[in-house]
Design a protein around this ligand. Structure first.
Ligand SMILES: Nc1nc2c(ncn2[C@@H]2O[C@H](COP(=O)(O)OP(=O)(O)OP(=O)(O)O)[C@@H](O)[C@H]2O)c(=O)[nH]1
Ligand SMILES: [Mg+2]
Length: 348
């Protein structure tokens, strides 16, 4: 899923390292020649190695890169990032962070590969840090239940076909595995077969779905689902919604009404990884109308590029919560910056 980006980045690092190693070999050979000449000049039979000389010895095994070497490296790494759906602004931020580290660093010439990888990883972590930590849904629901604040209401929204209904079912499955009960609200009363789809998932996962008729007010179905959860001491209500574009004013108003009526504790945006850079804009637009608490990025298993997660974290500042990695109920990976960084630039 991150294969494209991983290959391109590691090629750029390796290409640079090969060139660097050649330069270092040349420099080391030159240093050795100078040292041998110096030694030959020495007349004293015993040379006391002072602490300074020892320290110099350590330092001479490391190199600092000059500006043109850094520029060359950054330029080589820029194209693969842009080609892998990392947005221009995000790429610039990443390269700037890497430039600072490279300028400050003295790279151990014997460990150049490992150290360059560590610097690239550090820059990736810096960029991903912009979005902060997301809520841990299982812990969140547990705490609310313990403090008597249940049912917890979680609303799923996003454009058409991104995986909202499937993700809702995956989350019901995850909650169930953690001993948390939930009910699904079949609030997509618009798309043909959407209600049956929610029911199908509910049956498979072993939870109940609350439904109404096609064309019914989606907010009223959510209202019924919340009432059902209250009456039956169910911990969480997961509310499905019909897919909508951020540009459709009527459907956005309908969603605003849903939010007013259902008063969700968490609003989760479900976006498809393969959408490319446009996804960031979609999220920002939705977020203008209702505050998004977290993002699920789906279909990463179908995305050969894999750079979108980095852009979203950096450009929206909204935490990523999960990554969808397949169609089965357990194909939902909890997002951590480590997961992305390990996938893109693994430690050797
Ligand atoms: N490969 C893969 N497929 C997924 C993933 N998540 C969802 N899908 C598939 O994507 C298709 C659409 O999923 P839905 O859950 O119906 O999407 P939706 O956003 O609810 O769609 P609408 O309600 O029509 O807007 C289904 O075939 C899902 O099985 C994922 O992470 N990976
Ligand atoms: Mg759906």
């Amino acid at each position: 899923m991150f294969d494209g980006l991983r290959k391109k980045l590691s090629e750029a690092v390796k290409g640079f390292i090969k060139r660097e190693e050649k330069t270092i070999e040349k420099e080391e050979a030159q240093e050795r020649r100078v040292e041998e000449k110096e030694k030959a000049k020495e007349e004293k039979p015993m040379v006391k190695v002072s602490l300074t000389t020892k320290i110099k010895g350590v330092i001479s095994s490391s190199v600092s890169l000059n500006d043109s070497e850094i520029d060359g490296f950054l330029e080589n790494i820029k194209v693969p990032l842009l080609e892998s759906d990392v947005s221009y602004e995000t790429t610039e931020a990443f390269l700037e962070s890497l430039r600072v580290s490279l300028t400050e660093a003295r790279v151990d010439s014997k460990n150049i590969n490992k150290e360059m990888v560590a610097l690239v990883r550090k820059a990736l972590f810096n960029v991903l840090a912009k979005s902060g930590n997301g809520v841990d849904i299982v812990q969140f629901v547990k705490q609310r239940v313990e403090s008597g604040n249940s049912p917890v209401k979680i609303l799923f929204l996003g454009p058409n076909g991104t995986g909202k209904t499937t993700t809702m079912a995956k989350i019901a499955y995850m909650l169930k595995k953690n001993g948390i009960s939930s009910v699904l609200s079949a609030s997509d009363t618009f798309r043909a077969a959407a209600i049956e789809q929610t029911e199908h998932h509910a049956n498979k996962v072993g939870v109940k779905a609350i439904k109404g008729k096609y064309g019914a007010d989606p907010a009223s179905i959510a209202f019924d689902a919340i009432a059902h959860a209250k009456a039956n001491s169910i911990n969480a209500v997961l509310i499905d919604t019909a897919g909508r574009q951020e540009t459709n004013r009527n459907l956005i108003s309908e969603m605003e009404k849903m939010v007013r009526v259902a008063k969700p504790d968490l609003i989760i945006f479900v976006g498809e990884s393969t959408t490319g850079n446009q996804l960031t804009e979609q999220i920002k637009e939705f977020n203008k109308f209702m505050k998004i608490d977290g993002i699920v990025l789906t279909k990463l298993d179908c995305d050969v590029k894999g750079g979108n997660a980095i852009s979203i974290a950096y450009m929206t500042g909204i935490p990523l919560l999960f990554l969808g990695t397949g169609e089965s109920y357990d194909a939902l990976v909890k997002y951590t910056p480590e997961f992305i960084v390990d996938a893109i630039m693994p430690n050797n």
